[in-house]
Design a protein around this ligand. Structure first.
Ligand code: FES
Ligand SMILES: [Fe+2]
Length: 386
C-alpha cells in the first residue's frame, strides 16, 4: 500500500468568501419605460427589498420603497390616484417625492411622513434608478451615454430579462475573461484589450466565428465573417456594447445592452436588448431581421454563461495564467461601487490599460479548430460511405 503524502502548503485552496450584503451605488436599468406606463403600479424586487413603480398623470415614472410606512402595506398592490400611489391597506397617498400627500380619513398628515425614493432617469426609452446606500443624489457627471444616436434610425429595442441565482459579480468578471469566449461562446478571440478608468470599464474584442462550431452558433452570426466589439460598463451594472458584425459585402452596426440589477446578494435580474442601425445597405425589414437574429445569438450567449454560473463556485482568489485578463484589477475597479464615496481609493479609479498578447492562444485555438474540422469531415465521409 502506498501512502500519498501531500504537503498541505502546496495545495491551492479556494477562498469563496461571501457576496457583499450591500448593493452597488450607481444607475441601474429596470427595463423599457413604456412597460411601466400602463396605468398600474408595478412591483420589482431589487436591492434586497421591494420597489413600487408608477407613472403620474404627466407620465413621469416614480420609484418608491413598496412597503408603506403606515402599517407596512404593499403599495405595488394599491392603485394610482391622480399623481399618487394609494396604499391598498388604508388608502394613504404617497407622492413621487416620497412624501405622504393625503390620508383621506385624517385631519392632517403626520409630520415627517416620508418614505424612501429612488431617483429616476429616462433615456433611450429605458428607465433607470439610482441606488445609493448613502442616500445621496446622483452626481451630474455620473451617467450613462445616449445610445441610439440621432444621426440615424434604429430598430425598436428587442428586450429580454432573466433571473439568475448567483451574485452579480460573475457577470462583471466577463469583462476581462478572454478565454471563455472560445470555450463557452464558440468565438475565437484575436484581439483583446481592457481599459478601466473612473466609473467605466471597457473591453475591446475582435473575434472570428469558430468554423468547427457553426452548427452551435445562431443563424444570423453564421454568415458573418467576424465581429468587432467595444463594450463598456458605465458604472456597476450597465454595459453598452457597440457591436459591428462584418458580412462579406457590408457591416452591420448594432448596440447591445447588457445590464442587471440585484435582487439579493445571491440573485440578480439580467437584462439585455439590441437595436440595429438602419442604413442604405440595410433597409428597415433587413435591419429588423438582423436585430432578431442577433437577439437569438445573444440569448444563446447568455444561456452559455448561465450554464457555467449554475454549477461554479464563487472564487475570491482565482489562480490565473498570463493569458487571463486582469481579473484582480477589474475587481478593484468594481469595489468602488461598494464602498462609501469617501472611501474610494485612487487604485479603484485610476486609468488602467491592458492589451492581451493573443499570439499563443490564437495559435492553439486555430490548431484545435482545424483538427476538429478535419475530424468532422472524416466522420461525415465515414457516414456517407455507410
Ligand atoms: S399600511 Fe399603507 S395605508 Fe396603512
Ligand atoms: Fe460570457
Amino acid at each position: 500500500m502506498t501512502n500519498v503524502v501531500q504537503d498541505q502548503d502546496e495545495i491551492r485552496t479556494i477562498d469563496a468568501g461571501n457576496a457583499p450584503e450591500r448593493f452597488a451605488r450607481g444607475w441601474h436599468c429596470l427595463g423599457l419605460a413604456k412597460d411601466f406606463r400602463d396605468g398600474k403600479p408595478h412591483s420589482i424586487e431589487a436591492f434586497g427589498g421591494k420597489l413600487v413603480i408608477w407613472a403620474d398623470s404627466e407620465g413621469k415614472l416614480n420609484v418608491l420603497d413598496s412597503y408603506c410606512r403606515h402599517m407596512g402595506g404593499d403599495l405595488s398592490q394599491g392603485t394610482i390616484k391622480g399623481d399618487e400611489i394609494a396604499c391598498p391597506f388604508h388608502d394613504w397617498r404617497w407622492g413621487g417625492d416620497g412624501k405622504c400627500k393625503d390620508i383621506p380619513y385624517a385631519k392632517r398628515v403626520p409630520m415627517r411622513a416620508r418614505t424612501q425614493t429612488w431617483p429616476t432617469m429616462e433615456q433611450d426609452e429605458l428607465l433607470y434608478v439610482w441606488n445609493d446606500p448613502e442616500g445621496k443624489q446622483p452626481p451630474a457627471d455620473v451617467t450613462v451615454p445616449i445610445m441610439r444616436t440621432p444621426d440615424a434610425e434604429w430598430t425598436d429595442w428587442r428586450w429580454h430579462a432573466i433571473t439568475i441565482d448567483t451574485n452579480c459579480r460573475e457577470i462583471v468578471d466577463n469583462v476581462v475573461d478572454m478565454a471563455h469566449f472560445f470555450y463557452v461562446h464558440y468565438s475565437l478571440p484575436v484581439y483583446f484589450k481592457n481599459i478601466f478608468e473612473g466609473h467605466t470599464a471597457i473591453q475591446y474584442f475582435n473575434g472570428e466565428g469558430r468554423e468547427d462550431m457553426a452548427s452551435k452558433r445562431a443563424e444570423s452570426s453564421q454568415k458573418a465573417i467576424g465581429n468587432s466589439s467595444i463594450a463598456a460598463y458605465h458604472g456597476p451594472a450597465f454595459m453598452i456594447d457597440d457591436l459591428v458584425y462584418h458580412y462579406p459585402d457590408y457591416d452591420v452596426t448594432s448596440v447591445l445592452v447588457n445590464c442587471h440589477y440585484p435582487i439579493s446578494p445571491d440573485k440578480f435580474v439580467l437584462m439585455y436588448g439590441t437595436t440595429v442601425k438602419k442604413t442604405a445597405d440595410l433597409p428597415e425589414g433587413m435591419a429588423d431581421k438582423i436585430a432578431e437574429g442577433n437577439t437569438a445569438f445573444i440569448t444563446k450567449g447568455f444561456e452559455q454563461d448561465v450554464a457555467i454560473w449554475k454549477s461554479k463556485t464563487r472564487i475570491n482568489n482565482p489562480l490565473l495564467c498570463e493569458e487571463d485578463g486582469p481579473v484582480y484589477q477589474l475587481r478593484r475597479w468594481y469595489e468602488q461601487f461598494y464602498v462609501d464615496v469617501a472611501d474610494i481609493t485612487e487604485d479603484m479609479t485610476a486609468r488602467f490599460e491592458f492589451e492581451m498578447d493573443t499570439s499563443k492562444p490564437v495559435e492553439a485555438w486555430r490548431k484545435q479548430v482545424a483538427e476538429n474540422v478535419k475530424a468532422q469531415e472524416a466522420a461525415a465521409q465515414k457516414a456517407a460511405a455507410l
